[in-house]
Every structure is written in structure tokens, then in C-alpha cells.
Design a protein around this ligand. Structure first.
Ligand SMILES: [Zn+2]
Length: 106
């Protein structure tokens, strides 16, 4: 019995697999966890604005690095603030209403 042997050199040498260890360093922490914020105040507009884009949208989790719990809390607070007209819904609101204080029309 003659076993067919593959000629040497055809198979690529096994590349060394570098395993990345998840450590505290490098991996960004949720800014709200870092500040130990448990309740997001919907009245704190300057705080909420930090988590919104210029166009009035809620910034993505990828960018904010917020955890699920805080992203939910933020979204809820921002939506609540919008409902109370403390924050704009869209960029159009900013332009049309002259955010932050819309001029009352009689
Ligand atoms: Zn968090």
C-alpha cells in the first residue's frame, strides 16, 4: 500500500492565531456607568444633548459606548424631553422653531 503524500510546501504553515484578551484597557466603558448614573434626568437638557447629534437624533450605541441599560434609559429620557418640547425631534424643528425656545404664536 502506497499512500499518496502531498508534496511539501503546498500547505501553508499554520499561522499563529493571536488571541486578544479582553481587558479593562482599550475597551471603552459606558460613560454613564463610569459616572455611576442610575437615573437619567429628562430635564437635564445639557446632559442629554451630549448624547445627541447636531440634527437632534439620539447618538448610536456604537459611538457612545453605552451599555444596554443606559442606552435605554437615555432614549427614554430623550423621548420624554421631546414630548415636553425640551428637545427637538428633528433638524427641521431646530430650523423652523428656532430651538431651544420656540416663539409662541398667538
Ligand atoms: Zn451603563
Amino acid at each position: 500500500m502506497v499512500q499518496e503524500e502531498k508534496p511539501e510546501g503546498t500547505e501553508a504553515p499554520q499561522a499563529e492565531v493571536k488571541r486578544r484578551r479582553v481587558t479593562g484597557r482599550g475597551r471603552r466603558m459606558c460613560p454613564l456607568c463610569a459616572e455611576q448614573i442610575t437615573v437619567v434626568d429628562y430635564k437635564n437638557i445639557s446632559f442629554l444633548r451630549r448624547f445627541m447629534t447636531e440634527r437632534g437624533r439620539i447618538e448610536s450605541r456604537r459611538k457612545l459606548h453605552t451599555c444596554a441599560k443606559h442606552q435605554r434609559a437615555l432614549a427614554r429620557a430623550i423621548k420624554r424631553a421631546r414630548h415636553l418640547a425640551l428637545l427637538p425631534f428633528t433638524a427641521d424643528h431646530i430650523r423652523e422653531m428656532g430651538w431651544p425656545s420656540p416663539t409662541p404664536v398667538g
